[in-house]
Design a protein around this ligand. Structure first.
Ligand code: ATP
Length: 337
């Protein structure tokens, strides 16, 4: 296991700036999620750690040692991609043992190690099968076992859950998250799915246009998004304009304590749970209703025309045009930079 650091990494492809001065550390044994919209540089960042890309500028270190120009096969990284890239001519056991074979580990030893990992991932009974006869979720586990077999310095996962159904994703999210936490493998987890990152990662880096917008624990990112981009990419937020002075903000329809010092014109992000429907001083009119299953998401227009998003428990029968009384919780708003 290693501490992995990217120091001022820039990657250009001709005129295309894929990664733009990224500083990022994956601490020993942690799972760092990298999230961001398509094309923001997630895969390029991962490939730079693997050694498939040489940065235009900056350096990569493993435990303080510069590996920027070390070829991939000498970095001891474990890779899991969306396409599982398993070898169909080999059994599951042989697939998992493949990296060890390349390292001249004797057959009995590498097969024992493969079986141990397959047991750990709860697919021990599949060891003699061919990958093509497995479901997507089973193949995903085989891919993970194969990446772990070499006891990698760092495990790199690139959208490994894509293509799996929602239920299986949720289950694997928990199982794989627990397993990686138990094994204390330094892991980079690339996904465009912020919910997946929130559930599985110790910390999350939010990327946009090749730059890191914010790094923090899932709770930090959710509760204290740095800017509008993060506030909207991770979860949903209503952005409210206000005037700040003396630790308070005047939003026009409410005056609240602020969680950070600011003065003058400010933008505040309010999570859906900042609003409570019922007895409250804020008048609003329902403009949209979306059933989410266990909850209902409403959009509502305030007197000044500002539209807010909020959620209510259960499947209450709200209708467009209905009048609401809202209150807003100062603890669940955050002033943006
Ligand atoms: P996605 O979520 O769609 O996979 P991503 O965040 O992983 O996207 P990257 O694949 O890292 O994004 O790409 C970042 C940018 O660099 C994109 O604009 C992409 O078009 C560009 N890019 C990536 N690889 C190359 C390449 N080999 N040649 C030219 N441009 C590239």
């Amino acid at each position: 296991m290693s501490d992995v650091a990217l120091e001022s990494i820039t990657k250009r492809y001709g005129d295309e700036l894929a990664v733009d001065g990224v500083d990022l550390t994956i601490r020993d044994g942690e799972i760092l999620g990298v999230v961001g919209p398509s094309g923001c540089g997630k895969t390029t960042t991962l490939r730079t750690i693997a050694g498939f890309e040489t940065p235009t500028d900056g350096r990569v270190t493993f435990d303080g040692t510069d590996v920027t120009h070390v070829p991939p096969e000498e970095r001891n990284v474990g890779l899991v991609f969306q396409s599982y890239a398993l070898f169909d001519t080999m059994s599951v056991r042989e697939n998992v043992a493949f990296g060890l074979k390349m390292r001249d580990v004797p057959e009995a030893e590498r097969h024992a190690r493969a079986d141990e990992l397959l047991e750990l991932l709860d697919i021990g009974e599949l060891a003699d099968r061919r990958p093509t006869t497995l479901s997507g979720g089973q193949q995903q586990r085989v891919g993970l076992a194969r990446a772990l077999a070499i006891e990698p310095n760092v495990l790199l996962l690139d959208e490994p859950m894509t293509g799996l159904d929602a239920k299986l994703k949720t289950r694997l999210r928990e199982e794989v998250g627990d397993l990686l936490a138990d094994l204390e493998v330094t892991t980079l987890y690339v996904t465009h799915d912020q919910a997946e990152a929130m559930a599985m990662c110790d910390r999350i880096a939010v990327l946009a246009d090749g730059r890191v917008e914010q790094v923090g624990t899932p709770a930090e990112i959710y509760r204290r998004p740095k800017n509008e981009f993060v506030a909207n990419f991770v979860g949903s937020s209503t952005l409210l304009e206000g005037t700040a002075a003396n630790g308070r903000v005047d939003l026009g329809f409410a005056e609240l304590d602020l969680d950070a010092s600011a003065s003058g014109d400010v933008t505040v992000a309010a999570r859906p749970e900042a609003f409570t429907v019922g007895e409250g001083p804020i008048d609003a009119e329902v403009t949209g209703v979306t059933y989410l299953g266990d909850r209902t998401q409403l959009t509502a227009a305030l007197a000044g025309g500002t539209e807010v998003t909020l959620r209510v428990d259960g499947i209450d029968d709200y209708r467009t045009g209905e009048r609401l009384s809202l209150s807003i919780d100062a603890e669940r708003i955050h002033v943006l930079e």
